[in-house]
Write a protein that binds this ligand. Sequence first.
Ligand SMILES: Cc1cc2nc3c(=O)[nH]c(=O)nc-3n(C[C@H](O)[C@H](O)[C@H](O)COP(=O)(O)OP(=O)(O)OC[C@H]3O[C@@H](n4cnc5c(N)ncnc54)[C@H](O)[C@@H]3O)c2cc1C
Ligand code: SF4
Ligand code: SF4
Length: 428
Amino acid sequence: MDMAVEAGVIKQHLIDPEICIRCNTCEATCPVNAITHDDNNYVVRADVCNGCMACISPCPTGSIDNWRTVPVARAYSIEAQFGWESLPAELSPEELAAAGVAADAPETAEAAPAPAPSAQAAVESLEPVFHSAQYGATVPPWSAAHAYTNLFPPKSPTTATVVGNFNCTEAGFDSETHHIVLDFGVVPFPVLEGQSIGIIPPGTDALGKRHHARQYSVASPRNGERPGYNNVSLTVKRVTEDHQGHPVRGIASNYVCDLQVGDTVQVVGPFGASFLMPNHPKSHIVMICTGTGSAPMRAMTEWRRRLRKSGKFEGGKLMLFFGARTQQELPYFGPLQSLPKDFIDINLAFSRTPGQPKRYVQDLMRERAADLAALLKDGASHFYVCGLKSMEEGVVLALRDIAKDAGLDWDTVGAALKREGRLHLETY
Ligand SMILES: Cc1cc2nc3c(=O)[nH]c(=O)nc-3n(C[C@H](O)[C@H](O)[C@H](O)COP(=O)(O)OP(=O)(O)OC[C@H]3O[C@@H](n4cnc5c(N)ncnc54)[C@H](O)[C@@H]3O)c2cc1C
Ligand code: SF4
Ligand code: SF4
């Protein structure tokens, strides 16, 4: 290693494990894959992070904006960070001196080593890898209302009372999804469609630590599940198996689905300052979701429905692509059917209907390519993707192909969607 680097210090980028709600936003945002996680913590690799700051504003809690001056040779390893319960204190000038570094030593500009020339050449000769997250916007649409975030941070949650809880699918326990209504009483808790809140399950984990908050998208519009009341609704699916399909009982989702009317819950948030709907009355909204990814789409649809009912809305299109395994597992199937066709263009994809071919949201999008291409050409169109992590790549690829087939330059279209806050990805 270069001696100048060895003798230098870096401002090491660290995540505060006490505040982080493990929402994965930073990992999905980082352009150089410097962020990773285990079951305990989200962490930043010192040798990969180049300090570009792309992850700072999307982080809903601010836990990612932590920096410590450390000797390069003694940077905290990811293994050490995985084990943290709290952030280490800044090293004192004496500790830095003991590590052979003057406290005023210049910071090393780049901790990441440049790729070896041969590796670089190999990378350049390949087709650029398609990475859907690079098209996701971290800014809201220009006409979005101002979002309040982190009014109740993880260290000082507020309390809400459960005023409603019912199953919102026709399916049985295995795919049970609940519609939960939480009332904040006299505590101000302003939310916008597309924001989320965190719920802290009671009790402690296997290590005796308080459970961290789990994030749930708000399913109701800005003026409440019941207009004029200080309440929000959520769409929560029980986790009964892990991502690998092994049986497991999800801590927070099962807790929330089992809540009774009158119970109280610890809530943090609200979170999210970019997955917000445009307020411009002629803006078009394309919503692409699976399962509980329907929550923010329900919120946006209902807000537009209320605006239209009160005569305050003129013209922007609403288009929905909604996927589930079967009709019985599709949240809010009944209410969706009662929305007028001239208000919303609904496209449903079922991947496990007996006797029917598997259909996914991206298949439906390709079938509606002509309409989507027209919307891609229109600068007033906004695209929202929410639901299973596995859907994201396919959906953004479908958008890219639809743009290309319509003779549009995807690099230009994709960059504009990102820059103007018109393509938002929220998958988990
Ligand atoms: C921005 C954002 C918005 C979200 N919105 C919603 C929402 O509106 N509705 C909703 O139900 N969930 C939503 N989630 C997911 C939610 O935050 C939790 O991850 C989910 O409820 C599981 O938490 P748990 O405590 O039940 O499971 P844990 O006890 O945390 O995990 C149990 C096991 O299941 C795995 N696991 C975690 N989540 C899933 C999953 N979804 N499918 C399969 N395995 C899983 C874990 O890796 C672990 O092995 C959202 C997540 C994010 C980041
Ligand atoms: S500062 Fe940039 S490189 Fe570092 S973790 Fe954040 S997004 Fe990644
Ligand atoms: S809360 Fe911030 S630091 Fe934690 S996972 Fe989410 S984006 Fe990353």
